[in-house]
Ligand binder design. Structure first.
Ligand code: ADP
Length: 160
């Protein structure tokens, strides 16, 4: 049986921390779907199309990783892909409370689906998309935080 896992998130923008998690999770499952959550009521920093395009380029080195968008309930998306494993990252204790509640809610909704947590690498444990957005708005160097393809996207977006 093929073990498919979904790594869901906003990826707004994708960071080096996300990429590290994708690389590590790709070795644990037969197929990893990076699920880009699309929220129709909020305007993202980076458009859905650009996030998907950047992630698709970034996962090219990993043949068992694909990128898809989803709208609405994650467990509905997971069921539609015959997936029973959700992967999330834990950076610090502060992530735990939120992740724990979301995982329990998902379990209530879909008891057959498990959430697996991978610990962030130490050097990325401070790294969040919100930090990248803030540094970008303030004109700081993004190269330590995001891969070049994402940096280009952000700079293109910020230039008038
Ligand atoms: P969401 O809005 O769903 O939290 P994010 O894109 O912020 O989406 O994060 C998606 C997942 O990636 C979360 O599980 C988050 O904890 C994890 N993550 C975010 N940044 C990092 C990082 N630097 N290292 C490891 N995991 C991370």
């Amino acid at each position: 049986m093929t073990k498919t896992a979904i790594y869901p998130g906003s990826f707004d923008p994708p960071t080096r921390g996300h990429l590290d998690l994708i690389e590590r999770a790709s070795t644990l499952f037969d197929h990893l779907i990076v699920g880009v959550g699309v929220n129709t009521t909020k305007t993202p920093f980076i458009s859905n199309e650009d996030r998907v395009a950047a992630l698709t380029e970034l996962v090219e080195p990993f043949p068992n990783v694909t990128v898809e968008t989803f709208e609405g309930l994650l467990v509905t998306f997971a069921r539609s892909r015959d997936c029973r494993i959700l992967v999330r990252g834990l950076r610090a204790v502060t992530d735990f409370d939120y992740e724990f509640r979301v995982a329990l809610a998902n379990r209530q909704l879909a008891p057959e689906i498990e959430t697996a947590f991978l610990l962030a690498r130490e050097e990325y444990s401070f790294l969040a998309s919100s930090v990248v957005r803030e540094v970008a708005m303030l004109g700081g160097d993004l190269s330590h935080f995001v891969p070049p393809v994402v940096e280009k996207l952000i700079l293109a977006q910020l230039s008038p």
